[in-house]
Design a protein around this ligand. Structure first.
Ligand SMILES: *[C@@H]1O[C@H](CO)[C@@H](O)[C@H](O)[C@H]1NC(C)=O
Ligand SMILES: *[C@@H]1O[C@H](CO)[C@@H](O)[C@H](O)[C@H]1NC(C)=O
Ligand SMILES: *[C@@H]1O[C@H](CO)[C@@H](O)[C@H](O)[C@H]1NC(C)=O
Ligand SMILES: *[C@@H]1O[C@H](CO)[C@@H](O)[C@H](O)[C@H]1NC(C)=O
Ligand SMILES: *[C@@H]1O[C@H](CO)[C@@H](O)[C@H](O)[C@H]1NC(C)=O
Length: 132
């Protein structure tokens, strides 16, 4: 019983700590949505400053949202089962993105970012290994 209460208290502290971290002024967020046509799973492999965040398999229309330090540069690779090319993009870099949360929708032709100024979804072409 004592150990259960101890664990509960620890969990509470972790939750409080997480809550505090989320309101940090240096925290930024990305929300990446699978907008592929054809009911395809989208596999995303994102990294913060080239350190892997962990692979996500997004079912159709699902989203992956995560927080990170605003000084980090986020890169993601995207794969899906049909016409799979190794494609990647930079959904966030400190120079290019000022919003607290940046929203992307991934379609076959490339990643599309919601521009909070123009309210448009601006689509970029995929980058490939041979673009580097
Ligand atoms: C963005 O985050 C900063 C710092 O946490 C906060 O002051 C500001 O109100 C936020 N802006 C929006 C649009 O949420
Ligand atoms: C994402 O999918 C929705 C629903 O199918 C569609 O209305 C929207 O235009 C799509 N967005 C992009 C950027 O393709
Ligand atoms: C999509 O992913 C789910 C969960 O990982 C899996 O069960 C399903 O078979 C996948 N669908 C396709 C079409 O690959
Ligand atoms: C990422 O790199 C930037 C610039 O080198 C640095 O300021 C920042 O602390 C790094 N962020 C992380 C999460 O490692
Ligand atoms: C949003 O669109 C405006 C006007 O085209 C452009 O100047 C700005 O750089 C865009 N914002 C981002 C984050 O790309």
């Amino acid at each position: 019983m004592a150990s259960f209460l101890g664990n509960a208290a620890l969990l509470m502290m972790l939750l409080l700590f997480t809550g505090a971290a989320e309101s940090s002024p240096d925290e930024r967020y990305l929300k990446l949505t699978n907008n592929l046509t054809g009911n395809l799973n989208l596999t995303l492999d994102c990294a913060a400053n080239l350190t892997a965040i962990g692979q996500q398999v997004l079912p159709p229309h699902a989203a992956f949202e995560f927080g990170f330090d605003r000084h980090a540069t986020i890169s993601c690779s995207a794969e899906w089962p049909v016409l799979r090319l190794f494609s990647w993009f930079y959904p966030y870099s400190p120079e290019d993105h000022q919003d607290n949360c940046t929203y992307w929708k991934i379609v076959q032709d490339g990643p599309c970012m919601f521009n909070s100024t123009t309210k448009n979804e601006d689509c970029l072409p995929w980058m490939r290994d041979d673009d580097a």
